[in-house]
Design a binder for this molecule. Structure first.
Ligand SMILES: C[S@@+](CC[C@H](N)C(=O)[O-])C[C@H]1O[C@@H](n2cnc3c(N)ncnc32)[C@H](O)[C@@H]1O
Length: 432
């Protein structure tokens, strides 16, 4: 399974394999179809008008596994993602994976347990993040022939780092495979994950886990910075995709690969760096971003209290122009200013209590950062997340500030034309 094989499987065959993969979730008359896209490769298109809020599809994972990344809890069952007692998490058979009693007894873990033990983990006394992370990749071994072919059909961008995850995992075992074919299969699967994976929060027994998952159909959605669908994980295995606004027959169904409230430059840098393309959607071409001014910084010209925004969006290093006094500032200067705002605000997000962060947002930020700037908007979102997740004792005043931040963010989403996007649903508690 070489990297070069990507996209050589005909689109009609991909569509057929997806129907098989959907199984009982495949509707008799789906509202969508898989065809070639003018944006890139294959895409999903509306076969008929789809109403805002309508369910478009539900899909189970082709592959998934714990993200095992920094800041995630490692002691969750590798099969069902249930939280485990730290001292009782490791599989009794010695594969060094975290497994709950139920998954151990049901046999759901047997094959991968056997394979991990065959590879001989070097450390069986603790959960080793790189060994745990390779699980989501290694599961490609156990796919049936049709699903293997579907995996092969998925786009795999060969970026610089696709070997690293496998190499790091190999160091955790005495007997990790070294043959070209197996390594090629793993490298390709890593690249497919890097190109298509959804990282989602899944809640099992009230405990939140971070899951990395591949969905063959959802993975075909091309990117738009103002997407027309929202998605969420129903559980660690299932994704639900819903229309964020009315979608006309023939329109391409799109998701966003970035955070929806990032500025154009931040989105462009992320998409180039991680997904290897330049987005040319309507929002990307409008320096005001539908009048949201998410990029805006203060004008540094004496006496001017206006805001500056990138003059155009054709390059990643545009000059910036003041919308009030028309002064032009070079990109390098504005980039230093944006970095200063980003670092100052992120530093506060990481070190402050909710109370202190609110004070900082309200009293300090207006001195150096326009309220529309995306980094300040991110700080307000952080207050909302923290108050939503850690339902502590917050004062009435804090709750009032949170509600105001939420209204401001809903207003920005409205201006962007984002409809009932995922972020809107999250901050209005429509998605738990
Ligand atoms: C998850 S895949 C999307 C499905 C893909 N079109 C296919 O045929 O499998 C992501 C890749 O699609 C391409 N892509 C997605 N959205 C794009 C866009 N708006 N502009 C250009 N390329 C895009 C990029 O190559 C990106 O790395």
């Amino acid at each position: 399974m070489a990297l070069e094989n990507a996209n050589t499987i005909p689109t009609a065959e991909v569509a057929h394999l997806i129907d098989l993969h959907l199984g009982d979730l495949c509707e008799q008359e789906p509202s969508w179809q898989v065809v070639d896209s003018p944006i890139s490769g294959r895409g999903i298109f509306a076969r008929r008008d789809i109403k805002r809020g309508e369910l478009i599809f539900r899909e189970r994972t082709l592959l998934n596994g714990p993200t095992a990344s920094k800041d995630t809890v490692l002691n969750t069952c590798a099969v069902c993602f249930r939280l485990l007692d730290e001292d009782k998490a490791l599989c009794a058979a010695g594969c060094a994976l975290p497994i709950c009693d139920a998954c151990q007894q049901s046999g759901a873990h047997d094959m991968e347990c056997k394979l991990f033990r065959y590879w001989v983990p070097k450390d069986t006394t603790r959960i080793v993040p790189y060994a745990l992370r390779i699980l989501s990749v290694m599961r490609c071994y156990f796919l049936c022939p049709e699903k293997r072919r579907l995996l092969l059909a998925m786009q795999a961008n060969p970026d610089k780092y696709y070997k690293r995850e496998v190499e790091r995992a190999a160091e955790c075992f005495e007997n990790f495979p070294t043959d070209k074919e197996t390594l090629g299969f793993f490298y390709r699967t890593v690249s497919v994950y890097n190109t298509n994976a959804f990282e989602g929060r899944s809640i099992v027994d009230g405990h939140e886990t971070s899951v990395r998952a591949l969905f063959a159909l959802a993975g075909l959605m091309n990117h738009n910075c103002t997407p027309n669908v929202s998605h969420h994980f129903e559980n660690a295995q299932t994704i639900v995709v819903t229309a964020a606004r009315d979608i006309a027959q023939g329109e391409e169904i799109t998701a966003t690969y970035t955070k929806i409230l990032w500025s154009t430059l931040a989105r462009q840098l992320f998409l180039r760096g991680t997904k290897h393309f330049t987005c040319r959607c309507k929002r990307c071409l409008d320096p005001t971003e539908n009048g949201t001014y998410l990029s805006a910084l203060f004008c540094r010209e004496q006496g001017c209290k206006g805001i500056v925004i990138p003059e155009h969006t054709k390059t990643l290093q545009p000059d910036w122009r003041c919308v009030t006094c028309d002064t032009v500032a070079p990109h390098a200067k504005m980039s230093r200013y944006q970095d200063f705002a980003l670092n100052t605000i992120n530093n506060r997000i990481n070190t402050s209590t909710v109370h202190d962060l609110i004070t900082f947002i309200n009293d300090m930020c207006p001195r150096f950062c326009p309220p529309s700037n995306y980094v300040l908007v991110e700080a307000k979102l952080n207050v909302i997340w923290r108050m939503q997740r850690f339902k502590g004792d917050f004062t009435e005043e804090e709750v009032r500030h949170r509600d105001r931040y939420r209204e401001e963010i809903l207003e920005i989403l409205e201006k962007l034309g984002a409809g009932d996007c995922t972020l809107k649903k999250l901050i209005t508690n429509e998605i738990p």
